[in-house]
Structure formats: C-alpha cells, structure tokens
Write a protein that binds this ligand. Structure first.
Ligand code: HEM
Length: 520
C-alpha cells in the first residue's frame, strides 16, 4: 500500500514537471491545475445558483396558485381558512414551500401511487424503525407488504379477541385497586395495555408489561423519540446529521433507540429459542395455531430461497411495536375522553355492551360485530382527534387536482387528515362530538376520502382491522365496568402533536366502578 501511494506521488510530480516544461515562462503546472480546478468549481457553482434561482422562480409561480393562510390561529389550525379552501401552502423558511391538502377531492390524488414517502420527513425515523414497512419503498416494500398482509386476515384477528379481553381485564383490575372514583391518567394505562396487546398478538411474546414494570423504559424511550423527532422537524440546524448527533438531543435520541431496539431483540431472540425447543416445523399445521407476524418474518423466503436478514426482521418488529401500540393508545384514550365528556353517549355505549355480553366479561369475535354504537363513537373520536394527524408525500410525477391546479414533480405535500376532518363543507359544526355522523345513512353520501384515520391508497394502514377490533373490545369492556368522569381538578386535555396525537398534560378521568369486579 505504502509503495503504491509513493508511486502515485511520483507520477503526479512527473506529470506536473512535464506540463511546466510545455507552458510559457512564469506559468507552472501547479498554477495551471489550480486555476483549472477553480474554473470548474466556479462553473459548477454558477450552474447550481442558476438552477436554484430557476427552481425558486418556478416554486413561487406554482405556489401562487395555492392560498397562504398566514400564521396559525391560537389553536394551531386554520378552520375558517380550511372551510373555503381545499388546500393551502405554508413556507418553511424563505425557500421551502409545502402544500397541505384538506379536502377529500385534493387528498385523493395525494394518496395515490403518483406520490411517494419523502425522505425529508421520514428519514428522521430511520435510525429507530430502519427500513421496515412504514419507511421502505419500491420492491422491498411491495414484497414485505405482500408477505405480512396475511398476518392481519380476519381468521387470525378473531383469535386475538380473547387476548384483547384479557389485557383489558388487567387494566380494569389495576383501576379497581386504585379505589372508587380514583383519578387516572389514560395514556399511561392505555399505552401499556396496547403494548401488551401488540406484544402478545402480532409478536407472540409472553408479555406481562402492564404489571411487571419492565416495559417502563421502553414506553419512556418511545415518548422521548416522538418528542425528539418532533423537535428535529422544527429546528433546521438539527436536519444536518452531523450537528444533530453532536447535540444533547441527538445523543438522547441514540440512547432511546438503544432502549427500544433492546425490546425488539429480546422478542426475536426469545421466539427463536422457543422455536428451537419446540423443534418447530414451518407449516400452517402448527398444532392448530395460526401464524403471527414473527412466524411469517422468520419463515419468509425470496424466490431464490433466501430468508429475511436479521436486520430486516428487526426493522419490521420495531415498526410494528411502535405502529401497533402508540396509535391505538391514542385512539382508545381520546375515545374514553370524549365519552367521559358526553355522558349520554357513554350510557348508550354501556347499554349496548351490557345487552351483548349479558354479564359475561370476556368478548368473542361475534360480540365485536354487535357494537355499532361503540364503533360510531370510536370513529367520531378519531374524526375529532385523528391519532395520525397527517402524512407527508413527495410528488413522483406532475400531479393535477380536479380543479386543474397542479404540483410539479418533486413537490413536498401533506394529506392533512386533522384539518380535513374539520372541514365545515363536509362536517357541519365540526367541533361538536356527534357519533351520529357515522350512522349508516349519514355515511352513505360521504366521500370515502372524507374520513381517513388509517389513510388510504396503497400505503394505507395494514393494521386497521386489528386496531378497530382492539379499540372496540377495550372500550366496551372498560365501559361495562367503569363510569368515567373528567377530573376537573387536573389540567384540561389538549391534543399535542407527537407524531401521533397525544395529550399535552395527559387525559385525567375519575373511574367509578359500576359493579363488583368479577374478572378474577
Ligand atoms: C388507531 C390505530 C391506528 C391508526 C390511526 C393508524 C394509522 C395509520 C396511518 C395514517 C398510516 C399511514 C402512514 C403513512 O402514510 O406514513 C399507517 C400505516 C401503518 N400502520 Fe397503522 N394505524 C393504527 C394502528 C396500527 C396497528 C395496530 C398496526 C400494527 C399492528 C399498524 C401498523 C402500520 C404499518 C406497518 C403501517 C405502514 C403500512 C405501509 O406503508 O405499508 N397500525 N397507520
């Protein structure tokens, strides 16, 4: 190696000497090379400046088509603006403009296959979730989506109803032991319950995370990660990896990633050991058990017979651990909040579940289908506070809206579910919680793109049936055992954007037992 670098140096010196010999007096080979380099750099810089200016002129011309609502109102949303406009533009600093679509007709093309997930937002998740289903693109995403879809088939989901019931019972027992009328913070309790569910159901992990306290570091780390990613979006210097990872936030982010990856490693290692012990033969005849997500990941083979690598499996487990618990925790907690706030709907839900269960405390798959009013309440809650408030996209090819306005290739844009769910043109009195918006006759004439808690199009939520089943079971069983009342002595519940919509100071409710707990 040393000899070759010495050889290279002598070749360069020889070249410069020969070049100098051919040049006019006073001009050396070194000077000529330097000037050539400066010229090349100057040309490249000029090309870059000219294309930047051309791009800015184009962006400004294009963005003029879209209204700019100005600074956000105190609630952070532009309700009156959204009422009259199906989209708007916001400038992030002096050069970058992002459109937000807030009407079913403009959201529809944004969620089509003419767009893709943009690196400018999703890359902040990559050190945590890797190239799992949420972040991957192209053939890898297609392969994994195809592989994992069967894990969410109804035949599999119906086995989970029993597990969802059992996890809810653990939560009910905890509330029962707090004493009548105790004040509890919903996200704390519900977050552990939904983590328990995803660990037991999709990941086949023997969890007792609601009671053993071992998952507290994971929950705290996820809390940190969502806060830190949000902070990184908002602070431009942190967009540069080098600066970010030198900062205290960047170091904390790395530390939190280590904690969450620890749990996914544990899930995979434990499963592999169990499989070895069971001498598991990969076949669907696995003593009547259905294949869950980890089974599928460990079993998956490409056409050429290669399985998924360890890091591919880990990325998916990390993705499902997060995607499968943080969102449903938000959905269930906000539903309980809305029902605590609207006693008449809470009572109606309770009557419904009592009629279906007739004193039983465990749900079956058939029971879940008999809860239409609870389903309407959950949907109305996700309209008011969608767990995922928006998704970002980048336009792959020029995209034209129904009114003829268009976005050029490469434009960044948002599908704004939170705002479209409050668009007065579609939802009269949007701030009022009214589950009857979701009665069959009211749903009939509404665009399928009006209500999109699970997004739509090719990148819609793979876990939406899992989530709806889990939410119905938990809400029904909670209301069967407890009367909920908002705790007015605590700070009011205010939605706060932490990737999913959480509550700024939590959601505090008083839980009043309805009858003696018969779950034990
Ligand atoms: C109330 C609960 C839930 C809500 C509101 C929700 C919402 C969403 C939304 C809006 C997306 C699209 C994200 C994007 O385009 O960037 C999404 C994707 C996804 N969700 Fe959910 N989700 C929920 C529950 C779940 C559950 C329970 C799981 C897993 C068990 C899950 C797994 C995923 C995955 C893996 C993706 C990526 C799908 C893909 O790109 O192919 N979600 N979810």
């Amino acid at each position: 190696m040393v000899a070759s670098s010495e050889d290279d140096q002598s070749h360069v010196s020889e070249f410069l000497r020969l070049l100098s010999a051919r040049l006019p007096a006073g001009v050396t080979g070194t000077t000529l090379v330097m000037w050539t380099l400066v010229l090349v750099l100057a040309v490249r810089l000029s090309v870059w400046v000219v294309s930047f200016i051309a791009w800015q002129v184009k962006i400004r011309r294009v963005m003029k088509q879209f209204p700019d609502p100005g600074p956000p109102d105190p609630n952070g949303v532009f309700l009156s603006h959204v009422e009259n406009n199906p989209y708007h533009v916001r400038w992030l600093g002096p050069f970058i403009a992002v459109t937000s679509c807030t009407h079913p007709d403009t959201i529809k093309p944004i969620l089509s296959n003419k767009t893709q997930k943009p690196d400018w937002t999703y890359r902040f998740f990559r050190p945590w979730l890797g190239d799992g289903l949420l972040l991957s693109e192209g053939s890898k995403w297609q392969r994994n989506r195809r592989l994992l879809t069967p894990a969410f088939h109804f035949d599999i989901l119906k086995h989970y109803v029993k597990l969802f019931s059992q996890s809810t019972v653990v939560l009910l027992d905890k509330w029962m032991s707090c004493g009548p009328g105790a004040s509890v913070e919903l996200f704390d309790h519900v977050g552990l319950m939904t983590l328990d569910n995803i660990l037991k159901c999709s990941l086949g992990y023997n969890s007792s995370c609601q009671t053993d306290g071992k998952s507290a570091p994971y929950i705290l780390a996820v809390h940190d990660l969502t806060r830190l990613i949000d902070e990184r979006f908002d602070y431009a210097p942190y967009h540069i990896d080098f600066i970010y990872y030198l900062s205290a936030s960047g170091r904390r982010f790395r530390q939190a990633c280590k904690v969450v990856h620890g749990l996914s490693e544990q899930v995979i290692t434990e499963r592999k050991e169990r499989l070895k012990k069971e001498n598991f033969a990969w076949s669907s005849s696995r003593s009547g058990k259905c294949l869950d997500l980890v089974d599928i990941l460990l079993q998956a083979k490409d056409e050429d017979g290669t399985g998924l690598s360890v890091s591919e499996i880990q990325d998916e487990v990390n993705t499902f651990l997060f995607g499968g618990h943080h969102t449903t925790a938000s959905g269930i907690s906000w539903t309980l909040f809305h029902l605590a706030q609207n006693k008449e709907y809470q009572d109606k839900c309770r009557r419904e579940v009592e009629e279906v269960l007739q004193g039983r405390t465990e749900m079956t798959w058939h029971d879940v289908a008999k809860l239409p009013f609870i389903t309407m309440c959950i949907k109305e809650s996700m309209r008011c506070v969608p767990p995922v408030p928006r998704v970002a996209r980048s336009v792959k090819q020029d995209l034209t809206f129904p009114d003829g306005k268009s976005l050029p290739k490469g434009s960044p844009t948002f599908a704004g579910f939170e705002l479209s769910h409050r668009n007065r043109e579609i939802w009269p009195n949007p701030t009022v919680y009214d589950p009857y918006r979701f009665s069959p006759e009211n749903v009939e004439n509404r665009s399928p793109y009006a209500f999109l808690p699970f997004s739509a199009g090719p990148r819609n939520c793979i876990g939406q049936n899992f989530a709806m089943t889990e939410m119905k079971v938990s809400v029904a069983l909670i209301l069967q055992s407890f009367q909920l009342e908002l705790d007015e002595t605590k700070p009011p519940a205010v939605p706060c954007d932490r990737i999913t919509l959480q509550a700024k100071d939590g959601i505090w409710v008083k839980v009043h037992p309805i009858k003696t707990n018969t779950h034990n």
